[in-house]
Write a protein that binds this ligand. Sequence first.
Ligand code: GBH
Length: 468
Amino acid sequence: MSLPKDFVWGFATASYQIEGSPSAGGRGPSIWDTFTHLPNKIKDNSSGDVATDSYRLWKEDIALLKSYGVKSYRFSLSWSRIIPDGGRNDPVSEDGVAFYREFIEELHRQGIIPFVTLYHWDLPQTLHDRYGGWLNKEEIVKDFVNYAKVCFTSFGDLVQNWLTHNEPWCVSVLGYGRGVFAPGHTSDRTRSPVGDTSTEPWIVAHHLILAHAYAVKLYRDSFKASQGGQIGITLDCSWFMPYDDAPENVAAAERGLECRLGWFAMPIYLGHYPPALKAMIGSRLPTFTPEELSVVTGSSDFFGLNTYTTHIAQEGGDDEFNGKVKTGFTRPDGTELGTQAEVPWLQTYPDGFRELLKYIYKTYGKPIYVTENGFACRNENIIPIADAVHDKDRVEYYQGYTNAILEAIKDGAEVKGYFAWSLLDNFEWAEGYTIRFGVTYVDYSTQKRYPKDSAKFLSKWFQEQIPA
Ligand code: GBH
């Protein structure tokens, strides 16, 4: 049993997490530049000012990808590098466009297929200041569509695989509900003077869906015929596994998937918000006009999935953003689900990945690209490099998760690609540099890169599995 010949695999990154050089070539600030420079927002008080210095070391990054034998690379564009002030009447930066064009051309020279994310959370600060960013439907949808148009025009001859948003759940909930991501809105007044957790995440999510859908419409109407690519969105979700066979826990797991993933997936793939979510949120959940709904429905050519772990689900939770499902990692017999990562939210559980792939294919019926999947080993940040490169727990994670792809395909799910998160250790948002997700160790004091055992495992595994 092996993978289909046209299966794409590689590694993923995101602009703010790797690029650094925040004002090079006239790049404007993003909400992450602002957020990271506020006190007490980032665990180690760090920022993406330097990160892995990939704006300067990009050729080295591509050489590294080549050495790993990847077929593809998933990366994101910095909106404020391309349009420094972000808006539809603001100038396009020639330097910004030239930087990414050169980058994509080099990928092609090395035979690496680009998967390009338009928005991995780094909104131009000007748009946030000008009109409230994602809270303002009339403005943000038009500005995002214009930004997408600039990207399709500037790079579309070289890019056949587009992703609009990365993980809109995180933008909505972590950015406008819990206030732990930029722009930091929340009702928790100890954290932020602005925000309303009961309303803003639902509004922002609604606008993210619309911006996505109208960008896709533009691509299909004006670019697809000549450029021949595909376009979709990337959603994140864990598998929800019932705690036991008690009917209320089985129902809770189903409701968790429906509300957490279906919040975005149902409108986009099926044309309506999840009934369970409507029942829970009532009039706080915005509605689409009939015209909007016709643009939203069917607005993704494939299912882009970021997934890391599994939740053991029980009835009785209170988090609206997780379908009011109680989640944990401990089974009724007291055992843990799998190996604990350095971050509290992640344990290894390959069977959950297999189940999630099957569920998504069955529910949404689109070919799946796994656009992120990965693990952070315990203590990796405090042990010597010579030990950190032997990342045994990450190797075991990838052994299990890659095998789960084969199993899911055998069970009928159409899985067409896989990107491990991440090519490099990098700026891990609110965790700063304390957490490492890379298959390549980055020594931040020298910017030297050291391949870990997991990189070697994945290179070898995919080369064996994909027929030449
Ligand atoms: C991805 O998000 C991001 O796309 C990527 O940029 C990031 O570096 C990578 O993961 C590693 O974290 O409230 O219990 O869900 C991963 C999905 C969803 C994981 C939100 C952390 C917060 C804890 N993330 N979740 S919880």
